[in-house]
Design a protein around this ligand. Structure first.
Ligand code: KG4
Ligand code: ZN
Length: 335
């Protein structure tokens, strides 16, 4: 048939994932083995522990992905893998597995940038049309990415310090929540009120950059001060106040970028794109831009997964940008 089946790998952080994706649009399988439980007692991801888990999980993930998709190696047209950015030891496991499968089965190997993968998760909702703007929010990155055409990514704004997800995880820890805290803070925020009015850093600056470390410090100071005077603060109100500050800044800079760059689509992607407060707020803001389609990565593809890697790889597959057996992990890979 003319369908292209790509076996894709993702192992950049704490999820081991293997997927089979058809034509960059249809997920035939997406197996995700999460290691979160192993990292929780350390309050964050321990690189050495992550690498070991990837090694233990990856072959079973390949078998499950092929079985669930009901395909055999002979049915595949390519192999794809995240080769950066991420933890070097974690990335190396996926890269080595992908190279091995590609070599053994004589398949082309498509190298994928993890952040581009996050953006292409949007394609499970709607085909990307160019020019597009992406608000890319994850545990390691917070950026506004302009995509003038397929395969071109231009960062027009980014965080000067913490990523949005990182800020969620850090304030969550102060609230006694387990890692990663984003989803739970989001849930609490929907119950509480913005009573603390935390600072909105850089909200009015003449650029598309973000900053979340001041907000994080203000939050931590508020909690510590209350502790010292023996006062108990509402977790729900703290969460709502924090989330409102994050969402205000992300939404304001996104609107500013949409005014500066006429695009066909706004894409929301990355782990923090699962945030309901952010999704709702951007739905509201996008009413000002009837000519811009708002494309949200489906909830189950916001966090790290290999299906998004298979979606992005289809672009490289069509353009025949293949890697050879020299492909190496690049922990600080940029667009
Ligand atoms: O993209 P991702 O899975 O991994 C990275 O590439 O970083 O993003 C993980 C981040 C974590 O910081 C997690 O707390 C955050 O996404 N996150 C959320 C929500 N769900 C996950 N943050 C806010 N609201 C959520 N609902
Ligand atoms: Zn990610």
């Amino acid at each position: 048939s003319e369908d292209n089946l790509i076996l894709s790998f993702e192992s950049s952080c704490d999820e081991t994932s293997v997927a089979v994706v058809k034509n960059g649009r249809t997920v035939l399988s997406n197996v995700v083995a999460t290691q979160i439980k192993s990292h929780q007692r350390f309050g964050g991801v321990v690189p050495e522990v992550a690498s070991r888990h990837h090694i233990e999980q990856i072959t079973a993930c390949i078998d499950d992905a092929l079985t669930e998709a009901d395909v055999d190696y002979d049915d595949l047209n390519a192999v794809a893998v995240t080769y950066g950015p991420g933890l070097v030891g974690a990335l190396l496991v996926g890269v080595t597995a992908a190279k091995t499968v590609a070599f053994a089965h004589q398949l082309p190997l498509v190298p994928v940038n993890h952040m581009a993968g996050h953006i292409y998760a949007a394609q499970f909702e709607k085909t990307i049309e160019f020019p597009a703007l992406a608000l890319l929010v994850s545990g390691g990155h917070t950026e506004l990415v302009l995509m003038p055409e397929p395969g071109k990514f231009e960062i027009i704004g980014e965080t000067r310090d913490d990523a949005a997800g990182e800020a969620y995880d850090k304030i969550g820890r102060v609230m006694g929540l387990s890692y990663p805290a984003g989803k739970e803070v989001d849930r609490l925020a929907h119950i509480g009120q913005d009573t603390f009015h935390f600072p909105r850093a850089m909200d009015k600056t003449d650029d598309f950059d973000f900053s979340f470390s001041g907000l994080k410090s203000a939050f931590i100071n508020t909690v510590h001060h209350a502790d010292q005077i023996g006062e108990t603060l509402s977790k729900e109100d703290l969460a709502a106040s924090f989330q409102q500050a994050v969402v205000d800044v992300l939404a304001d800079k996104t609107v500013k970028a949409l005014n500066a760059y006429p695009v066909k689509q706004l894409i929301l992607a990355g782990g923090v794109a699962a945030n309901q407060g952010l999704r709702d707020r951007l739905d509201e803001e996008l009413k000002q831009f009837p000519e811009v389609a708002f494309v949200k990565a489906p909830l189950q593809y916001c966090g790290d997964n290999a299906a998004m890697v298979g979606a992005e790889a289809y672009v490289g597959f069509e353009q025949q940008t293949f890697a050879d057996s020299n492909l190496n992990a690049d922990p600080s890979l940029e667009f």
